[in-house]
Design a protein around this ligand. Structure first.
Ligand SMILES: NC(=O)C1=CN([C@@H]2O[C@H](COP(=O)(O)OP(=O)(O)OC[C@H]3O[C@@H](n4cnc5c(N)ncnc54)[C@H](O)[C@@H]3O)[C@@H](O)[C@H]2O)[C@@H](O)CC1
Ligand SMILES: [K+]
Length: 476
């Protein structure tokens, strides 16, 4: 089962991993032709009703695999309005080979005749809202025919994620959908075929550029890009400042740092971008928890742990806070060891390196594939998202597991974990926790790779912070 925004991400990852969309379209078209062959014998009359996007492109490919059928292609609009190169190239190929192609600009003139089969290729996952003209009239015309209707990917007008139609929709007998089931298809009374179109499994497993650009933004936050509270500092002062700067660079609108008064001036000293909220003393302890809980309520995400140290009183305070907290928190560094004993309704993203994972009671292995299984089962046991750092970062919520391959050996330098925690915290303001962890690991690694590319090894954690915006940006 795959939603349309995940499908777009997987599609873009496939392209990034060397399998371009035009190749996927060729496989899609071939699958559509096989479905027609399944329904009607050679010589049968086939009417292809095509839109101006890649859904139409799929059908233009299918036509080339149906030479022994009597095929007529009806393009709803002028060829120059075809909205993608790969669809246009497949249209031009039909013209060059003089297939029977017609362009329909007035839907009244949609002379479909009385075909045995109709291929509905007007719209697929690109539909927004109720069908407009000429697609709406065309859908009615298709529904009035006796023909067997084969829908490409999704019946035109139906929302692939919900199965509902905002207006008129094609009533398909068969749907040939690509790569994986779409949530909205199960509720239709059409027979659904899932066609494998050669997208490598890696395009779903490995985090890639598609994950950066196609993730549903969660609406459940206040500001545009969210407000993050970093709770850290004590024995260390750099760690919370790195996390806070990273959260700002990763897009948070506002970041505050709750830290012991003893280090507040030093932490403020790192940057005018930081807003410091000191609590008294020189380390976090249970008496601070009520104040922190109140402060946390004014933020979308809390990043808990950078530089806190592991005094017993501090760990007790972490446990007390997490027990009552019900929001989203990234838990890193010394605070991690507390998580397995805490019973909380909070959504936690734990970001251990492999040593910290062992301290939490998890297991690890040298081979990243084995680690994937171990992390997935430990995440399920914990009931939280795990982002286990390593040459390959493993991200799992116990159900879906992702692997991040960006980053380099230079990133073992101190502080890169603090940058990752802050980055993940900012992303968790606008993405679900598992996605925030996957994209956080990906962006952090890309920032580290960019730093090494420019300056060679001898990487500093601060080199990552300034490179996060580019690491998170859509590739030009
Ligand atoms: N994502 C993938 O991995 C793949 C997608 N493929 C095909 O690509 C399709 C998605 O293609 P696109 O993103 O180009 O979008 P579509 O081809 O589904 O539709 C986009 C076109 O429809 C128009 N449109 C949108 N809403 C409309 C409405 N309510 N009334 C009238 N016109 C409307 C848009 O202006 C645009 O021209 C999929 O359904 C599938 O068929 C395949 O090529 C296989 C690979
Ligand atoms: K369709």
């Amino acid at each position: 089962m795959i939603t349309s925004d995940r499908m777009a991400a997987v599609d873009e990852n496939a392209e990034a991993f060397g399998v371009p969309r035009k190749q996927l379209m060729e496989s899609s078209g071939n699958a559509v032709a096989r479905a027609v062959r399944d329904i009607a014998d050679p010589g049968a009359q086939v009417a292809v009703v095509a839109g101006r996007g890649n859904n139409g492109g799929d059908a233009f490919v299918a036509v080339r695999f149906l030479d022994d059928y009597d095929v007529t292609v009806h393009l709803l609009g002028r060829p120059e309005t075809i909205s993608t190169d790969i669809a246009r190239e497949n249209w031009d190929a039909l013209e060059a080979s003089e297939y029977d192609t017609r362009t329909v600009t007035d839907s009244k003139a949609l002379g479909l005749g009385d075909p045995d089969v109709v291929v509905d290729a007007m719209l697929g996952t690109g539909v927004t809202g109720a069908l407009r003209e000429p697609e709406a009239t065309a859908a009615e015309a298709v529904n009035d025919l006796d023909a067997t209707v084969v829908a490409v990917d999704v019946p035109s007008g139906v929302d692939a994620d919900t199965g509902t139609a905002a207006g008129v929709a094609v009533d398909a007998d068969r749907v040939v959908t690509f790569h994986d089931e779409k949530p909205g298809l199960a509720s239709l009374d059409a027979a659904v075929t899932v066609a494998d179109i050669g997208i490598p499994a890696a395009a779903e497993l490995f985090v890639g550029p598609g994950d950066l650009h196609h993730t549903r933004r969660s609406q459940s936050h206040k500001g545009d890009h969210g407000e993050v509270l970093v709770v850290g500092g004590g024995p260390y002062t750099g760690a919370p400042a790195l996390s806070a700067q990273a959260a700002l660079r990763a897009g948070a609108d506002l970041v505050r740092v709750a830290c012991p008064k003893s280090v507040a001036r030093e932490i403020q000293g790192y940057s005018e971008n930081l807003i410091v909220r000191p609590f008294d003393g020189d380390h976090l302890q249970p008496s601070h928890v009520d104040g922190l809980t109140a402060l946390a309520a004014d933020h979308d995400v809390v990043v808990f742990g950078p530089g806190l140290g592991d005094e017993d009183a501090t760990l007790d305070a972490v446990a007390d806070f997490l027990e009552s907290y019900e929001g989203t928190a990234v838990v890193d560094a010394d605070a991690l060891q507390v998580v397995p004993e805490v019973d909380t309704d909070a959504t936690l993203v734990c970001t251990p390196h492999q040593g910290e994972l062992l301290k939490m009671g998890g297991k690890t292995a040298d081979d990243w594939r084995e680690r994937t299984d171990l992390v997935e089962s430990f995440a399920a046991e914990l009931g939280h998202v795990l982002l286990v750092k390593g040459a390959y970062d493993i991200i799992s919520d116990g159900e879906v597991t992702r692997v991040n391959r960006t980053g380099n050996p230079g990133m073992t330098v101190g502080g890169t974990g603090d940058v990752l925690a802050g980055t993940t915290g900012a992303l968790a303001c606008v993405r679900n926790a598992r996605h925030a962890a996957a994209v956080g690991a990906y962006a952090n690694g890309r920032a580290g790779d960019a730093a090494v590319e420019e300056n060679g090894y001898g990487l500093l954690a601060t080199d990552l912070v300034d490179r996060l915006p580019v690491a998170l940006r859509r590739d030009e």
